[in-house]
Design a binder for this molecule. Structure first.
Ligand SMILES: Cc1cc2nc3c(=O)[nH]c(=O)nc-3n(C[C@H](O)[C@H](O)[C@H](O)COP(=O)(O)OP(=O)(O)OC[C@H]3O[C@@H](n4cnc5c(N)ncnc54)[C@H](O)[C@@H]3O)c2cc1C
Length: 283
């Protein structure tokens, strides 16, 4: 839709041009900004003009630019050891968006909108990513993605701050990941999206879409069924902890998310049992 209140559109070529005035908003792909009225918005600052590389590989990390589109992320060729990489495709497909939207929508824009069904937030939280946030004084601060999104459309992000990138540790990329999603209708917005990442030493469960903010539960090794249920109960024990909107009631979201969490735990336990059986056979 036309944003009739917008008076300026800036295309910064370097960081010094980036300063955001009170009516300014950063522009990623614009797929959300142009989808509804934006009261008080008078200026757009197009981050894609800054020319950040989509991804950068350094020893031990993968850095994904906030301006990397979902389509460009899907085109990245993963290293052979990145067992977690199928989660990228799954989370892209979890968005209620076609490939046409993927070509414009950015990873940073998806996180910055702060919708519970923000599947890039789920992906990055599952991969233990840290957001690099540019502050207006020319500095930066780093926030784990799981703590950047604090609620429905609320972030630990000031109006004049910009997400520059997400840093993913390679150790998380080498882990195994699991995924479960459900929506009330075949092409509906996610009602619950539960993802997990595990190794022999760690099991990390991430609940999004069913909760107002990402909920991350960490365990040393695969928990038993009782320990998982206890952790879910401690973190998400009341209906008020679950998101309530036309895409699902809190009771339904709690029920399907609990089932998904149990299934993912069982997958991790089965993988651990298989690994110890083959280690025993090799002896
Ligand atoms: C058909 C359709 C289906 C969709 N389905 C989903 C869905 O299932 N789940 C979902 O979460 N969204 C969905 N969306 C909304 C939206 O397309 C996505 O969230 C998308 O990833 C937003 O990215 P963008 O780059 O287009 O953001 P923009 O629209 O450019 O920006 C979104 C917001 O983030 C801010 N922003 C952008 N980049 C930065 C940055 N680097 N630093 C700080 N602030 C920034 C902007 O100022 C704005 O407030 C859908 C949209 C459409 C059209």
């Amino acid at each position: 839709m036309d944003l009739v209140s917008v008076r300026t559109v800036r295309t910064p070529s370097h960081r010094d041009d980036l300063a955001l005035s009170p009516g300014d908003r950063p522009l990623g792909g614009g797929t959300w900004l142009f989808s509804e009225e934006q009261p008080g918005l008078t200026g757009l600052v197009d981050l894609t003009a800054l020319g950040w590389p989509d991804v950068e590989r350094t020893a031990g990390t993968l850095t994904i630019a906030a301006t990397c589109t979902i389509a460009a992320l899907l085109r990245v060729r993963p290293d052979a050891a990145w067992s977690a990489w199928p989660l990228v495709d799954r989370c892209a497909n979890a968005l209620l968006a076609s490939f046409k939207v993927w070509n414009a929508a950015t990873v940073g824009g998806n996180v910055a909108v702060g919708l519970p069904a923000g599947a890039m937030t789920a992906l990055l939280a599952t991969l233990d990513a840290t957001a690099v946030v540019w502050t207006p004084d020319g500095g930066e601060r780093r926030v784990p993605v799981e703590r950047l999104v604090t609620g429905v459309r609320t972030l630990d992000l000031r109006h004049d701050e910009v997400i520059r990138a997400f840093v993913v540790p390679e150790s998380a990329l080498r882990a195994t990941t699991g995924y479960r999603r459900v929506s009330l209708s075949p092409h509906g917005r996610s009602g619950a999206l539960v993802t997990a990442r595990w190794t022999a030493d760690e099991f990390v469960l991430v609940v999004t879409a069913a909760t107002p903010r990402p909920v991350v539960l960490r365990f040393a090794g695969t928990p038993d069924a009782a320990a998982l249920d206890a952790a879910l109960g401690a973190e998400l024990g009341s209906d008020a902890d679950w998101y309530d909107d036309p895409h699902g009631s809190p009771a339904w979201r709690r029920s399907v998310s609990t089932r998904f969490a149990r299934e993912l735990r069982a997958d991790a336990a089965a993988a651990a049992a298989g690994a110890s059986a083959s280690a025993g056979g090799a002896r």
